[in-house]
Design a protein around this ligand. Sequence first.
Ligand code: 6PG
Length: 243
Amino acid sequence: MTSPYIHYIYRQDAKTLAAALAGRITELYEASAARPFVIALSGGSTPRALFDYWREYPALLTGRDYRFWWVDERMVPETSSDSNYGNALRACFGPMGYDLSRLYPIPYDEESSVADAVARYNDRLEGFMTEYRRTAPFDLVILGVGEDGHTSSLFPNQPFFDIPALYLRSVHPTNGVERVALSYAGIARSPKVIFHVTGQGKRERLAEVIALAERSDTEAQRLPAAYAMRLTPQPEIYTDIPR
Ligand code: 6PG
């Protein structure tokens, strides 16, 4: 049974779910005094439905003072179909003519190392927080959950639990591609975290993530998504997976 601190929001398909999630984001914006309202977006295939929805209803974004940062990024050029920023740009922000100065992609260039990209993004975020006198880096973080239980680019068996930096360097465990990832510390410093999880293939994993998150820190650390959920004061799960 899910404890009352986890809010489980189920819709029967990805599109209806995206509409509910977009509505929730607007609601959080309206309820918050933070301007700009700062969101960290995840990558992978899950956000596609949300991007489609926003592209269909651009006034949800263009009429409001949002800034978008990224939870994680693969170290590939923006033109690659693996680029989280590139995909968001192509699916959503580009077609709607969004003001690109409100987007804060994780930097990539062939000449620099991933460590350099991490340092630059951490610095940019610190500077942004100072400029807007923010204590929390983001007002809302939207996390995906991978089939192996990873979240951000924090994978199982990577002992990143005590790293204080907001972003860190990670490596995908099987394909070896380097990534920049929002850390557990970065997740813990966000007042609101929404887990956006779609696909019936993740059913058992999602149940396991929730169960571990409710048990103990040590148990939750077995799966990154579970530990991220445990670090979150009132996690909300938006999913097309029935409980
Ligand atoms: C990434 C992510 C990652 C993602 C999950 C789910 O860039 O890989 O941000 O954490 O949210 O892997 O991925 P899917 O949405 O593709 O299932």
